[in-house]
Design a binder for this molecule. Structure first.
Ligand code: GAL
Length: 715
């Protein structure tokens, strides 16, 4: 922290606003990060639970030594409802972020309430991972360090003072429909008004750019750096039916191996618990009579086994008594709600998991139900209420907002201290979660929204998996699987399906074991896609390393890299993967769509057809073609597909070059099962081709070998 003191300086500003005297403190807290504090700070701020910032990496970014806008111009006030801040936007600024938003993308012109929920409610901002953070195309980011249900009025409100100058306009004509009558402001206002309820103060973090991308990088690095998932976490994840026995799970596992269907991770759903809603965290003897033997058998087939759970603790659980005095005053599904703000409660929960599961070979967990009951359903109030009281002093609202993050932290601490990598599924997250290796998922199932969520996840340090369950048709199955292949986690969540969806995608028939007549054909189409995913792992793994070390999200909207191209401002159905790939999924089984290419020349991954940037094209692809495009000048390392990853895996790499000469490309090499990369135990392998000569150069301290470059293909 010493070096921080050096750069930190404090300016106290006093100014008059709304006829009362208010002071705000402006402090530089890290390179390019400014904290503006007003009034009495909130006690349970997200920052209280965050990892240390990745300061060395932050120093690599250009630091302008001055904030991106005049921070003294932020107007604060406390009112009876809480605390309000007002910032001004330029006319042309576009706003993105607020976490895993599902049905809005460019956020200017919307009121967004940052409230965790298991389902969206209109487009008001509720989300599994609502993050009070936004970025602007003007090249800065703003985070409100709150665990309250904060509301951001992104240009939807005009102050009464603005009316004084308005002499013309108004609505002279009488509206002829309610739609017309209540239509949004023709032009959003320039005010960003933020309301934090209950609190008598606010803390705002401002992240410098100068570009949108660098503002995001700073946010991720300040959070601790992007997550490092194990290489096996980038393989295929399959979750079996909730009531599977050990025999059924093993049978399905051997189906994968016998039929050469790549799969790395196998997930058990609720049935493994002796009691599941709430959870006992004890194996059910009738379904899993010998868990140790089961874990060992799955492991011998190369599966990394993970367990579904939620934190609500059933009275018969061995965790119940130790957590009794460390839980909230409301129960959920008759279970305790552990107070994960209390380090002691986290330790009890974590130690139990370590002893009972992690030491026995369980590699990860699915942290379910940590968001909140669907707000729009008044009867299904399964979660704890906002009025809950917890021993640490946090209330139900704040706990809802932070529960996903605290839950991840509770179990991640164990993996970290064991020097093991993991990859969770989690249904909720919030601010500063970038370092957590966890992928968000949802019970919602709109393919279009799932793709938009990939674009949105990259604005706020989140990882998202558009899972595949049942589908409507062959085309829907294939297109959804393609979107899964082109996402951070490829997940088949068959928690209510007896058989894989490619054998039967109709839910009822699947559970009657009636297979599709063309099941084998679909299986082979899906196999090809799973193999493509395995081929992409080295590229994706490097993109995640860049996320960790530089803060650049591996999956991100086009606007992140092309903030000056106004044609991309609304594009939320295409996104970038790493530096060089552009995905443009086909939604709802279609085979035609319009694709916009940003600057550069782009190659169809399937056919090598070239497209010039700056234009829209009508693109048609058969179900055997993947909607993926490669930027000219790229060296794309593709691996020979394998079924699953082991600590001894060596990928056979073929470098695909696009164009007459290419930028060097990097493979990241380390022991992807441990955290030794934190001790400089890694290599960077530079792949180069200047149009004449191919070179492969390895630099670094890691003695192992995960890649073998076997060939070059010119496109
Ligand atoms: C849901 C979860 C599903 C599945 C199910 C099992 O809450 O989103 O993916 O795990 O619980 O009960």
């Amino acid at each position: 922290m010493k070096h921080l003191n050096k750069i930190a300086y404090i300016i106290v500003l006093c100014f008059l606003w709304q006829s009362s005297l208010h002071a705000q403190t402006i402090e530089k807290i890290a390179p390019g990060v400014w904290k503006v504090s007003f009034g009495t700070p909130e006690k349970f701020k997200p920052s209280e639970f965050k990892d240390a910032p990745a300061l060395d990496a932050m120093k690599q970014l250009q630091d302008n030594e001055k904030p991106p806008f005049d921070l003294a111009e932020i107007k604060f006030k406390t009112i009876q409802r809480g605390c309000v801040a007002e910032l001004t936007m330029d006319e042309s600024e576009q706003i993105y972020g607020f976490g895993l938003q599902n049905n809005t993308f460019q956020q200017r012109g919307f009121r967004k309430e940052i409230r965790v929920n298991s389902w969206s409610t209109g487009n008001v901002g509720f989300s599994h991972a609502p993050v009070p953070f936004y970025v602007s195309t003007k090249g800065y980011g703003v985070l409100v360090n709150t665990s309250r249900y904060a509301t951001f009025y992104c240009g939807t409100m005009r102050k009464a003072t603005e009316s004084v100058n308005i002499k013309e306009g108004g609505n002279a004509s009488v509206a002829s429909s309610t739609l017309d009558l209540y239509k949004p402001l023709e032009k959003p206002s320039n005010s960003m008004i933020i309301e934090v309820p209950f609190e008598k103060g606010m803390e705002i973090y401002v992240f410098e750019g100068p570009t949108t991308k660098e503002a995001i990088q700073r946010y991720n690095l300040y959070s601790g750096g992007g997550c490092m998932v194990p290489a096996w976490g980038l393989g295929v994840k399959y979750r079996g039916k909730g009531d599977y026995t050990d025999v059924k799970a093993e049978k399905l596992a051997s189906y994968f191996r016998k039929n050469n269907m790549p799969c790395d991770m196998f997930g058990l759903e609720p049935g493994w618990h002796s009691v599941a809603y709430s959870c006992s965290f004890v194996w059910k003897p009738s379904l899993f009579p010998n868990p140790d033997r089961f874990i060992q058998r799955m492991d011998s087939m190369g599966f990394k086994l993970n367990l579904w759970e939620h934190a609500f603790t059933f009275p018969t659980s061995p965790l119940f008594d130790p957590l009794k005095d460390k839980s909230g005053d409301f129960s959920v599904w008759k279970g305790l709600v552990p107070d994960f703000v209390d380090p002691e409660a986290r330790k009890i929960f974590g130690d139990y998991h370590e002893k009972t599961f992690i030491n026995k070979g369980i590699t990860a967990f699915k942290l379910d139900e940590c968001d909140a009951a669907d707000y729009k359903d008044a009867a299904a109030q399964w979660s704890f209420p906002e009025m809950s009281v917890f021993p640490s002093g946090i209330d139900g609202e704040q706990m809802h907002q932070l529960y996903g993050v605290l839950y991840q932290k509770t179990l991640l601490d164990v993996f970290n201290r064991q020097n093991k990598r993991t990859f969770f599924d989690v249904r909720s997250s919030q601010a500063f979660a970038s370092p957590y290796p966890a992928s968000l998922y949802s019970d919602m199932y709109d393919h279009r929204e799932f793709v938009r969520m990939i674009s949105n996840s990259g604005f706020s340090g989140l990882v998202w998996s558009p899972e595949i369950r049942e589908t409507k048709s062959d085309a829907d199955l294939i297109r959804r699987t393609q979107s899964g292949v082109l996402s951070a986690q490829l997940l088949f969540n068959s928690w209510y399906l007896n058989n894989p969806p490619w054998l039967q995608y109709d839910y009822e028939k699947n559970n009657r074991d009636e297979f599709l007549p063309n099941a084998k054909q679909l299986e082979s189409q899906v196999r090809k896609l799973l193999e493509l995913r395995m081929s992409l792992i080295p590229y994706l793994y490097s993109a995640f390393a860049t996320y960790h070390f530089e803060g650049i999200p591996p999956f991100r909207a086009l606007v992140v890299d092309f903030p000056n191209d106004s044609a991309v401002y609304k594009i939320d159905d295409e996104y970038l993967i790493g530096e060089s790939l552009l995905a443009a999924p086909f939604i709802d089984g279609t085979s035609k769509r319009s694709v916009y290419f940003p600057a550069g020349t782009w190659y169809d991954f399937n056919t090598d057809q070239k497209y010039e940037g700056g234009k829209h094209y009508a693109i048609e692809m058969s179900l055997d073609q993947i909607p993926l495009f490669v930027k000219e000048g790229t060296i794309l390392p593709l691996a020979k597909p394998i079924q699953y990853i082991t600590p001894n895996t060596v990928f056979e790499i073929t470098c695909h070059t696009y164009g007459n000469s290419c930028k060097p490309s990097t493979l990241f090499e380390d022991n992807s099962y441990t955290l030794d990369y934190q001790k400089d135990q890694f290599n960077k392998i530079s792949l180069e081709w200047n149009g004449k000569k191919e070179t492969v150069t390895k630099k670094g301290n890691y003695p192992g070998n995960s890649y073998n470059v076997v060939g070059w293909v010119k496109h």
